[in-house]
Design a protein around this ligand. Structure first.
Ligand code: 26Q
Length: 824
């Protein structure tokens, strides 16, 4: 009987308007007479999320019925950004919504802007996870994301007197995109003890008991695919005290305060995202977060598998779990524990299942980012898991010993336990041993992990266990949504929007690289995007920038290895050059706006100092009458996904200038080129593959190569070190106090002059400045510049996250898409 009442999602303007008005008047309990933009956003979102959840239900039903292999992407970060615009575009009803909102008296852009970013991530790794979810759904894979529902995402950055100030990001006030599943609750255990006993058959059983229980509650976020009805699930776990409101026993015995404190302690687990990017600091709460999320997710995955009534050995045929860096490595240990302790499998049988289920993606070679946990801390929190890790390690080392007898050093080097004081668990090694595939995220990076940090493991497991999957980005958000005019222009020439599902179709664009009319439109769109950014800059910083100037952008997390300091030193060098010029000479210069943006981890002083210097340089340069429009320096506050959608389409040149061998891939480099910007960059990460695809003449490469870095560092420390003369002049100016109190920047200049210049700023400075001069020259020839821009976009097909996900599916997960049409 119920079938005839099933929800029918809206498809036209009238139905959409009806839904919006209904939500305003009932769900929001307001009258249309006082419906402001916030309410319009809320109602439009509710209308779309009703649609999504209907498709979500159908998709889940279909996937359950199909009973195929599922992919689970475990990530502590999902940097989703806004959902409404994405939902409208993916379900193909933005035009309907636009018309409807106009009829109701709103501008769709203003409505979209009401939404708070879902900022549950730090940077590249978290945004990659979000692009992957978009591709998985768009390609019709049966895939779930699992993460934590942080109450506070990455902090909001304010700049006060040139300094970064962190403000909490409480984003859950109104979030129509999540569905609480109060019926899906998992008990998670911490602390306690392990007891060993023999069962009636004489088998050794380990029992983990005592300690405390925290509840994990599921919240589901629907993930719509682009132009497909597949709507996948992102399940985020929220922590809650096991005793409910509070502990009644304690309450009755008069211990009210401590019962509330217990509850708060439980809720702390999912309270806040750790704001470190590429830095590990072994905090107990972080380990609690990891286990909480991993245990809840595995419980869910195992429960779903058990419903199929299959034999355990079929688990890896039904389940692929991808570990987004080492943060979820405990999943390996937890699955082994479930199979051995709770399900009674033999160790070897269980281990074969475990190691065939997991894949591990490495995102960094930086030593300070490689996760390690102190054994005593771990022992206290997860006593049974520590025993299992010791056993995994023992069996692993025994097998190494058999294959490489008498190589004692090798055993010590590859041991999962580092024999330091205190002893440390090396999570990357555990992840390698417990996975069937390990991948890096760009070719150079994947080569580097094989020849440096994981070299011994390549010997032990053979080279086939290690593979490369070069990162990609979703063209839906990073072209179609962020740059609709460019997307439409492309579509008008190459036969529609098909390139959004097969990005290699962009190659059709290449024949327009010399088309006069086309180039004019291309240039106009870039200009319009720059006007939009200029307006944003004016309204947020008060700085006036000329949209005709060259926009030079570096937006990413602040980190010494990414070398924003080299960029700002280059800006100072440019400033000094301008000051020394005659008015005649100045006329020949290319006007430039240097745009920076990015957050520093709150405890990362050097990164904060770089932000401070950028702002102080801006304050001087932007107010110098000699300089005028020739140079402006802007720091865009609170860089996030929504800001990226404004900034990236407006760039002429963007900087990806990490010390060679340090940036695993970079993904914004791809976003900038896809939006018609050129790149100045080092031979690092995906820059290398971008160069191979678009051609050397379309990119400004400079600097030392990864293979020379070690020798250069050695020379700094043991040879004679001389600062690049141009950089020395920049430092003199800083020390003179031109950019405020020199003492504030002495640690920054000192790290280069006096402490080894680990990131090779001085070594690369000369070629950097020279290459920037080439950029100036090239920009003067707009005709050629635009051709380069078009050609580059035409050759970016490879960098879609769709290609990337298909590679994971084929070479790591062994899964195929489940087309909804086929199932009908
Ligand atoms: C680890 C332990 C404790 C607390 C925090 C962390 C932590 C958190 C975030 C460690 C690393 C991260 C993030 C790393 C990251 O974003 N890496 C980037 O990943 C991108 C996607 O593959 C690459 O493109 C970038 O090159 C890489 O830096």
């Amino acid at each position: 009987a119920w079938k005839k009442y099933q929800t029918r999602p809206f498809t036209n303007t009238e139905q959409f308007e009806r839904e919006v008005v209904r939500h305003v008047e009932t769900t929001l309990a307001r009258s249309m007479f006082n419906c402001d933009e916030t309410a319009a956003y809320a109602a439009a979102s509710l209308a779309f999320r009703d649609r999504l959840i209907t498709e979500w239900n159908r998709t889940q039903q279909r996937q359950t019925f199909a009973d195929g292999k599922r992919v689970y992407y475990l990530s502590l970060e999902f940097l989703m950004g806004r959902a409404l615009d994405n939902a409208m575009l993916n379900v193909g009803l933005k035009n309907v919504a636009q018309q409807g909102l106009t009829d109701l008296g709103f501008r769709i852009e203003d409505v979209i802007e009401q939404e708070h970013d879902a900022a549950l991530g730090n940077g590249g790794l978290g945004r990659l996870a979000a692009c992957f979810l978009d591709s998985l759904a768009s390609l019709n894979f049966a895939a779930w994301g699992y993460g934590l529902r942080y109450r506070y995402g990455i902090f909001k950055q304010e700049i006060i007197d040139g300094y970064q100030v962190e403000v909490p990001d409480y984003w859950l006030d109104f979030n129509p995109w999540e569905f609480p599943r109060h019926d899906i609750v998992v008990d998670i255990q911490f602390y306690g003890n392990v007891r060993k006993y023999q069962d009636s058959q004489g088998k050794q059983i380990s029992l983990w008991d005592g300690g405390e229980i925290v509840k994990a509650v599921a919240y589901d976020v629907p993930i719509p695919g682009f132009e497909t009805s597949t709507t996948n699930n992102l399940r985020l776990w929220s922590s809650k005290a096991a005793s409910g409101e509070f502990d009644f026993q304690k309450f009755n015995s008069g211990d009210y305060e401590s019962s509330v404190a217990d509850q708060q302690r439980a809720e702390t687990i999912s309270a806040v995202l750790y704001p470190n990017d590429n830095l590990d600091r072994g905090k107990e709460l972080r380990l609690k977060q990891q286990y909480f999320w991993v245990a809840a997710s595995l419980y869910d995955i195992v429960r779903r598998f058990k419903k199929s009534k299959r034999a355990w050995k079929e688990f890896p045929d039904q389940v692929a779990i991808q570990l987004n860096d080492t943060h979820p490595t405990l999943a390996i240990v937890e699955l082994q524990r479930i199979l051995v302790d709770l399900e009674g499998l033999d160790w070897d049988e269980a281990w074969a299942i475990v190691s065939n289920t997991f894949g591990y993606t490495n995102h960094t070679v930086l030593p300070e980012a490689l996760e390690k946990w102190s054994v005593p801390l771990f022992q206290n929190l997860l006593p049974r898991h520590l025993q299992i890790i010791y056993d995994i390690n023992l069996f692993f080392l025994q097998s190494v010993e058999r294959t490489f007898p008498k190589e004692r050093d090798l055993l010590a080097r590859v041991s999962i336990i580092e024999e330091s004081s205190p002893k440390m668990i090396r999570m990357a090694y555990l992840a390698i041993v417990g996975s069937h595939k390990v991948n890096g995220v760009a070719e150079l990076h994947s080569d580097l992990i094989k020849t440096t940090i994981f070299k011994d493991f390549v010997r032990i497991f053979g080279p086939d266990k290690f593979t490369n999957v070069t990162n990609g980005i979703t063209p839906r958000r990073w072209l179609h949504q962020a740059n609709p005019r460019l997307s439409e222009l492309i579509a008008s020439k190459i036969g529609g929007l098909g390139f959004l599902k097969d990005l290699t179709l962009l190659s059709e664009l290449e024949k327009y690289a010399d088309d006069k009319e086309f180039k004019k439109e291309w240039q106009e769109i870039k200009y319009a995007n720059k006007v939009r950014l200029a307006r944003h800059i004016k309204s947020t910083t008060g700085i006036t920038v000329n949209p005709a100037a060259l926009f030079d952008v570096q937006v990413k997390r602040m980190h010494e290895y990414k070398r924003q300091q080299m960029n700002i030193f280059g800006v100072i060098h440019r400033y000094l050059t301008i000051k020394a010029m005659t008015p005649e000479e100045r006329k020949k210069l290319t006007p430039r706006v240097s745009i920076f943006g990015g957050k520093a981890a709150p405890g990362y002083w050097m990164a904060k100092t770089i932000i401070h210097l950028i702002n102080n340089v801006g304050a001087v340069v932007n107010n110098d009458k000699d300089v005028g429009d020739l140079l402006k320096v802007v720091f865009v506050e609170d860089y996030n996904v929504s800001k990226a959608e404004i900034i990236i389409p407006a760039s002429d040149v963007s900087e990806h200038i990490s010390t060679a061998g340090t940036e695993a891939s970079g993904t914004s480099n791809m976003k900038f080129v896809l939006n018609g910007g050129l790149i100045i960059g080092t031979c690092d990460g995906a820059n290398i593959e971008i160069t191979r695809e678009i051609g050397e003449s379309n990119i400004f490469l400079f600097g030392n190569l990864a293979e020379d870095v070690e020798d250069l560092r050695h020379a700094h420390n043991y040879g004679s070190y001389t600062l690049d003369p141009a950089l020395a002049r920049v430092f003199d100016e800083i020390k003179k106090g031109t950019f405020g109190d020199a003492a504030a920047f002495s640690a920054l200049t000192g790290s280069i002059e006096d402490h080894g210049d680990y990131y090779l700023v001085s070594d690369d400075f000369h070629s950097y400045v020279q290459t920037q001069a080439l950029v100036d020259e090239a920009y003067k020839n707009q005709d050629e510049w635009i051709s380069k821009s078009i050609t580059s976009v035409a050759r970016m097909g490879f960098f879609s996250s769709d290609r990337c996900i298909n590679e994971y599916a084929e070479s790591i997960w062994n899964v195929e898409p489940q087309s909804p049409e086929q199932a009908e």
